[in-house]
Design a binder for this molecule. Sequence first.
Ligand SMILES: Nc1ncnc2c1ncn2[C@@H]1O[C@H](COP(=O)(O)OP(=O)(O)OP(=O)(O)O)[C@@H](O)[C@H]1O
Length: 331
Amino acid sequence: MAESVHRTENAIRARGLTKTFRRKKETVEAVKGVDLEVKQGELVAFLGPNGAGKSTTMRMLTSVLSPTSGTAEVAGCDVVREPAQVRARIGYVGQGNAGGYSYRVGDELRNQARFYSVPADVARARSAELLEALELTGLEKRTVQSLSGGQRRRLDVAMGLMNHPRLLFLDEPTTGLDPHARANLWDHVLRLREQNEMTLLLTTHYLDEADAMAERIVLIDHGTVIADATPAVLKRDYADDVVTVELSSGEGVAAARSVLPSAVTGVTESVTDGGSVRLALTTHNGPELVPPLLRTLDSAGVAVASTDVKPASLDDVFLNLTGRSLREEAA
Ligand SMILES: Nc1ncnc2c1ncn2[C@@H]1O[C@H](COP(=O)(O)OP(=O)(O)OP(=O)(O)O)[C@@H](O)[C@H]1O
């Protein structure tokens, strides 16, 4: 087969991707015109509620599913015209892979190697290397069903890396794992990413993961991209910090309200169980607001019992953009 790699600095370039499913008499527009560019080496997270179209987009990008319309070039190859080349160059860890529960770990890796036509001796060395890198050494003879959830997901990642991909797709790799197993899986994935200079595109429902790791977040809702930026920019543009000030006495409320700095964009008042008054102030930079705010309140004779700053979160971003909370959906 003729080699047809088109060199590009984009690991992924998609234009107007759509996917329509027909279910009995119903038509589901799962993806409605997604444009996406992912540069070599980037770590990008797809975020969105259940049914937003994240997996369908990922399945089109990995050539598992053909688009209804639109184009995508992945690892330099066209997903429709060159699906085999795309698959040879990427790793794909779908939701709940490791299907052969009664298979042994070593057999799963061997089968995966055969799928990629990796010669047996190379496959042996690669298996050993991946088992070690993912802390699975010694488990070769165990059946998949006997592994813990975290070990099973690490095996999925090992299988996704069998062909040495430079571009790895991870669809909800940590869903269902406990916090320790989640952190452990990410340690491994991020180290392997660094060692192999891999590009990573992942989906997750865990906002803390996306916030901590993703260099860019693509928010998807109802089959379209509704925001695409770094976590910091998303939080700056679409969410506020909340500074809570508990007043020592309810009598200070009117005076406090009259001297609030212009950086405060909103005020909500509530009474605590103990009867004191709390003012929740929305602002762009909570930590910077607190010192001048306390000085101003002090000058106005308002006594403050306590303060608290809640930084803007990705969930706030999502809530502000869609009117729904992603955290509630994930729970
Ligand atoms: N094979 C299919 N046939 C019919 N409808 C489908 C099919 N696959 C997905 N859908 C529908 O397409 C929409 C998008 O699904 P998709 O799995 O891409 O969402 P998602 O964002 O990955 O959701 P989740 O977070 O729950 O995995 C949903 O309404 C889903 O029911």
